[in-house]
Write a protein that binds this ligand. Structure first.
Ligand code: FES
Length: 158
């Protein structure tokens, strides 16, 4: 027997290449499985996990948000969910969930019309109260409490 040959006529060089190829294919397969599996896991697990994360968060401190100009709004995350902080022209503040109550699209503040609009199906909400005004949304946006202080705005569950 050739000293380089082993069982089945394979040389050490071939075994090494085969082992290398197997390890490589296994790694590629594991990568594909993770790439496909993670989004599926996220899709299936996300409603319960997001609800748990959202419920655990009682308030959010927005550093320097007190500098938000009157007549404008900013988006932020409240417990992983999008939310709006609106500084109205008259100096008052509102914070609302930015998750449309129809099918969950993210709504936007429309500065010129001073309203909240959902581009998915044309839902419209009152920018001060979050009340559903027109379109398919069945209920108001969730409102948060707003406390403005020097250098920050604290938004908490109402
Ligand atoms: S998801 Fe907002 S109007 Fe349908």
């Amino acid at each position: 027997m050739d000293p380089v040959e082993e069982k089945g006529g394979e040389s050490r060089g071939e075994m090494t290449r085969r082992t290398f190829v197997r390890i490589g294919l296994t790694a590629v397969g594991a990568g594909y499985a993770a790439a496909l599996g993670y989004p599926i896991y996220e899709y299936l697990a996300s409603p319960a996990e997001k609800a748990a994360v959202e419920a655990a968060v009682k308030d959010v401190t927005l550093e320097k948000a007190d500098e938000l100009p009157a007549g404008s709004a900013m988006m932020f995350k409240f417990g992983g969910m999008p939310a709006l902080l609106i500084h109205h022209d008259d100096g008052t503040w509102t914070s609302l969930s930015a998750v449309c109550t129809h099918l969950g699209c993210t709504v936007q503040y429309e500065k010129e019309q001073k309203r909240i609009h959902c581009a998915c199906h044309g839902g419209v909400y009152d920018a001060r109260t979050g009340a559903n005004m027109s379109g398919p949304p069945p209920k108001p946006l969730r409102a948060f409490r707003v406390e403005v202080a020097v250098g920050k705005v604290v938004v908490s569950r109402a």
